[in-house]
Design a protein around this ligand. Structure first.
Ligand SMILES: Nc1nc2c(ncn2[C@@H]2O[C@H](COP(=O)(O)OP(=O)(O)O)[C@@H](O)[C@H]2O)c(=O)[nH]1
Ligand SMILES: [Mg+2]
Length: 400
């Protein structure tokens, strides 16, 4: 199955956990939307998270949309838990930065942007809470451009009365329907001018990523939906364009547009450039190609140990992991017998037979495995780049 790995980043309270819940709901993975205030969301399941109504640790929420498995990693926004963000970034192939339409650009968003920028990570912005009374999409876009430059490329726009969301690439509007499903609708006449000018800007931005597209654009002064998507895709991969989608996680309006954008524009993990690893001594560098048939190499990007069990979360960079394998661990310097394999959805663990190349999964009860260790084929020992340490949130000098 096709795979996409994304992480949700942004200021605390911007709506990441609710967005993950909405993605689960509209794809049918859950049949009821939880709310962070009620402490019943999929991703904020820990007792402390329920009590404080904020996310504390990284949670996984895989969803399936149009035959593609999207691994959603919900990272906490509060700065105290930035280590969780580092784990999420290690496993994700793209980030969705969540920015509230009523609060605009926040410190948490700027930090998330900086982390992506440092890694040249493909990224999107999801402007959340468009249903709120004082939400202002145009002002949010302006603030995003002022802060992050001209690569900001809106691919969706909400109707001022929240009746629908317009997909600017396809020039189609979507209304929220039953059970979080969306139905197609006509673009409201009141939005015609706004949509036309946003589309013209988008086509130009898309054309700017590729010479052939630029020629087409100059000849015809417009691009087809297909060519626009192609141009945006090129811009996303080299992180020169940052598509902006929007919506309300509470009504579900915009969630399918976001899912479609992820499927269309986030690179598949197997299409990402090879990872640069080292040999065991850390001296010679080794290219690890994202080869499903290659020798196994996986990075442990997070360790969970709670009342639900001990799980080592891994991302498979090359080859695959099956339960009967003995994989070499760079942490212990030995081959380790693997525990059972799982997919996690919040606190729910579902046993699986294998974790495919590019996919994210969990291995249970690996007592000697630590975050940052590489699990690999004993015949090709490599050390993948570990999870980096975050800068301290606070530091103080003490005189001797
Ligand atoms: N009106 C409205 N409220 C939202 C929306 N998304 C999230 N919220 C609320 O914003 C608050 C913070 O949401 P949460 O998902 O926990 O934010 P996180 O810290 O980014 O994970 C909660 O009270 C949510 O109910 C939305 O689309 N519309
Ligand atoms: Mg949260």
């Amino acid at each position: 199955m096709d795979i996409r790995n994304i992480c949700l980043l942004g200021h605390s309270g911007s709506g990441k956990t609710t967005l993950a819940e909405s993605m689960l709901y509209v794809t049918g993975a859950i049949d009821r939307m939880g709310r962070t205030v009620d402490g019943n969301t999929t991703c904020d399941y820990d007792a402390e998270e329920v009590k404080r109504q904020i996310s504390i640790s990284l949670a996984m929420a895989p969803v399936e949309y149009k035959g593609c498995k999207i691994n959603v990693l919900d990272a906490p926004g509060a700065f105290d838990f930035v280590g969780e963000v580092m784990s999420a970034l290690r496993a994700a192939d793209a980030a969705v930065l969540v920015c509230s339409a009523k609060d605009g650009v926040s410190v948490g968003l700027e930090k998330a942007w900086k982390y992506c920028q440092e890694r040249n990570l493909p990224r999107f912005i999801y402007v959340s809470k468009t249903d709120e009374d004082n939400a202002d999409y145009a002002a949010t876009l302006e603030a995003l451009r002022a802060k992050f430059g001209t690569g900001i490329a809106p691919v969706a726009a909400p109707a001022p009365d929240n009746s629908c969301i317009v997909d600017l690439v396809l020039n189609k509007a979507y209304q929220a329907g039953k059970g979080g499903k969306t139905t197609e609708a006509a673009v409201p006449a009141s939005m015609a001018d706004e949509v036309e000018s946003l589309r013209a800007e988008l086509m130009e931005a898309a054309a700017g990523t590729d010479e052939e597209l630029m020629e087409k654009f100059f000849e015809e002064m417009e691009l087809s939906a297909e060519d626009t998507a192609k141009g945006i895709g090129i811009g996303v991969r080299d992180a020169s364009l940052v598509p902006v989608v929007c919506g309300s996680a509470i009504t579900g309006l915009g969630t399918t547009v976001l899912l479609q954008t992820i499927v269309d524009l986030v690179p598949a993990p197997t299409a990402m450039p090879a990872e640069t690893a080292t040999d065991e001594s850390g001296e010679a560098s080794i290219e690890v190609a994202r080869d499903p048939d290659g020798p196994t190499a996986a990075i442990v990007f997070k360790t969970i140990s709670d009342q639900y069990g001990k799980y080592s979360l891994v991302k498979v960079v090359s080859g695959k992991i099956t339960g009967d394998m003995n994989l070499y661990s760079t942490g212990t310097g030995k081959a380790e017998k693997l525990g059972r394999l799982y997919t996690l959805r919040g606190k729910k663990a579902e046993e699986v037979k294998e974790i495919a190349c590019g996919d994210i999964g969990a291995i249970a009860k690996m007592d000697r495995l630590k975050t940052g260790d590489t699990l690999c084929d004993p015949k090709r020992i490599v050390k993948l780049a570990p999870v980096p340490f975050a800068e301290p949130c606070y530091s103080r000098a003490i005189a001797p």
